[in-house]
Ligand binder design. Structure first.
Ligand code: PMP
Length: 390
């Protein structure tokens, strides 16, 4: 007879627990629409079921449309945004090769760390916190260092900045350098044109402006990038092998090959989320994010709060960094808003750590109603922090 030897207080798992759903108005994830959440309850499919392939085809078609690209190597991977960054770096760059990473906050730094883990030589650029890069400076650095790739963050959610990209691909290509973009925090909420802007590799996430559950990431590679990938000497990590995944996604017209088991429920929820975006319209969705962001910025100023990113044209529509007034303790403010209003707002990270909070309005949560709700909660939270109790 077997006898269990380790107990580890397992009974606590079964104790009563008051789960409190939150309105997610931070730097991501955002809440899913009921339609997207419902899709998670579908029966599980085999990874090689014909229905699975139909779901994948639909996702790929909608990703191409939303990315504004004809890239055949466009697909979703089962990973969070980090996996998409890791996929780009490990499928395009050999150890010992040189890349430039234009860092604007925590996410650029993560890209540097991932690249260094794989023995890639990284030239790290930095800019003033809350500012963006100008193309002349980037061109000088490309001329000087001759990297195989320039990696830049589109929506730097740790700072609240949005890096313009139109024209940068052309500059990179003059010097035989590829352009890779982290669009995890911007995709679906900010204009992005992969083909027109000559972007070679894009990483995007499911859980922010797309409002699908976390756990899926999206990738798209140009023909140039695909060629480089096929010529790469050192193979990528097995799990992130984009060419192998491209076979699963029927990117090359060959019979599909199984690489790993995708969660059909996750894919189905991504399909539903993308369908809602397409039904609304890509341009209309970008516009909704813009008008909601502007309502949020104005509202924040009206309750006496200041934005970290001074120039409006540099601000990210999906996430705003808000300076915490000197007489307010941000942990008290965020705890109060979470406990009393059931709203999740993010603390500062990287350039905004300890000085800012980050308020998001993205995807399903980018509505005037939710923006007004978070503004009211912030106003109440500030009052609380400035009272005797705070
Ligand atoms: N890049 C950016 C710009 C992000 O905002 C995030 C998530 N905050 C990531 C990468 C990492 O994504 P994930 O947490 O899904 O791995």
């Amino acid at each position: 007879m077997w006898k269990l030897e380790v107990e580890n207080g397992i009974e606590s798992v079964f104790a009563k627990w008051n789960f409190q759903p939150q309105l997610l108005m931070g730097a991501g994830p955002s809440n899913c629409s009921p339609r997207t959440t419902n899709a998670l309850t579908m029966e599980i499919l085999s990874p090689v079921a014909l229905d699975m392939y139909k779901i994948m085809d639909d996702i790929q078609c909608m990703l191409k449309h939303t990315f504004q690209t004809k890239n055949r190597l466009t697909l979703a991977i089962q990973s969070s945004g980090h996996g998409a960054l890791e996929s780009i770096l490990t499928n395009l760059v050999n150890p010992g090769e040189k890349i430039i990473v234009a860092v604007g906050g925590v996410w650029g730094k993560r890209t540097v760390a991932i690249a260094q883990n794989y023995g890639i030589e990284v030239i790290t650029l930095s800019c003033t916190p809350g500012e963006i890069y100008n193309f002349k400076d980037l061109e000088k650095q490309i001329m000087k260092h001759k990297p195989v790739l320039l990696f830049i963050t589109h929506g730097e959610s740790s700072a609240g900045t949005c890096q313009p990209l139109d024209g940068l691909g052309k500059i990179c290509h003059k010097y035989n350098c590829l352009l890779a973009v982290d669009a995890v925090a911007s995709f679906g909420g900010v204009p992005l044109f992969i083909d027109k802007w000559e972007i070679d590799a894009v990483a995007a996430g499911s859980q922010k402006a797309i409002s699908a559950p976390p756990g899926m990431a999206f990738l798209s590679f140009s023909e140039r990038a695909e060629q480089l990938m096929r010529a790469k000497k050192v193979p990528p990590p097995f799990y992130f092998d984009v060419i192998a995944l491209g076979e699963t996604w029927n990117c090359f017209g060959n019979p599909r090959k199984y690489h790993y088991t995708y969660g059909s429920h996750l894919l189905m929820s991504v399909r539903e989320a993308l369908m809602q975006l397409i039904e609304e319209g890509v341009l209309e969705t970008w516009k909704r994010h813009e008008v909601c962001a502007k309502r949020l910025w104005n509202g924040l100023e009206q309750i006496g709060l200041e934005l970290f990113v001074e120039k409006e044209e540099n601000r990210l529509f999906t996430v705003a960094s808000v300076i915490v007034p000197k007489d307010v303790k941000w942990p008290v403010l965020l705890d109060y808003i979470s406990g009393k209003h059931h709203i999740d707002i993010s603390f500062g990270l990287g350039p905004t750590a300890h000085t800012c909070i980050r308020v998001g309005s993205m995807g399903y949560n980018a509505t005037y109603e939710k923006v007004d709700t978070v503004l009211k909660a912030l106003e109440d939270g500030l009052k609380y922090c400035r009272s005797e109790n705070g």
